[in-house]
Design a protein around this ligand. Sequence first.
Ligand SMILES: [Mg+2]
Length: 319
Amino acid sequence: MSERVPILIVDDLPQNILALEAVIADMGVEIMTARSGNDALRLSLKVDFALILLDVQMPGMNGFEVARLIRSNPKTSHFPIIFITAGMKDLLEQIAGYETGAVDYLMKPFEPVILRSKVRVFRELYRQRKLIEEFYYTLEQIIEERTAELKEANETISRLAATDELTELSNRRSFNNCLAAAMSAAIRHNYPLSMIMVDLDHFKVVNDTFGHGVGDKVLKGFADLLREVIRAEDVAARWGGEEFIVILPHTARDAAAALAERIRVAFEKHSGCVTPILLSASFGVVERQEGDNPDTLIRRADDALYRAKHEGRNRVVTG
Ligand SMILES: [Mg+2]
């Protein structure tokens, strides 16, 4: 509460300003002064005043005109004004014209006690207004922060819900959603779409021989390989334990098979870094045909993969 409250004294005569100042200087106020209506208007745009003590009789713009201009500006229209005047002429009529905002008056010569009590009222109003402003500002900030946290949490939740925890590829549910969308887009715009289904060969042996830690590393390594070779519009997912699936829009079967072959070779090479034995993977590759739906496409990819396994593994078979 130690912050000083800004008050503006407007009077064309310096001795009048000094007299007012002397009465209220010790009230915890910061006094600014203006000798003309123009100076008063200029200052009113710069400072959020708690109160303006405004001389009515001034050369040039009189106090009523100054008050009207202050009231007409949205930035200053809330400033309380106390008119200071030697005569009652026009005063009550003028004051009655102000429907909103605090307007008061003081007759010259004024009683110091009365001036002090009026200033005290407006000083406290100002302090309360500042407290409320601060409160709302803080409240807005809290709401903003919480909203941002909530949004982030929701994004994390939906990312986690769509992601396989170990490999950070899409999970099966998320993949199914992508597949349905990708297939209808391919049908609508009539472009090729292929699918690769992969199964790591003899993966159980890896887990049994080297432990699940190594098994997990192998799965992660394979996921990294997939991420490296696919494009932004492709979707790769972990389909099951050691099974993966990739959807490739704008890709015909031969191109998809070539990509699968690159992955197969890379994985064979890579596996030697993780385990003492060379690992391999089998691939089934299909392209969407007339009449395919997500289920039939997956089934055909699965059939091709089964054949790859059956024909000796570590190979790409198209269907
Ligand atoms: Mg005067």
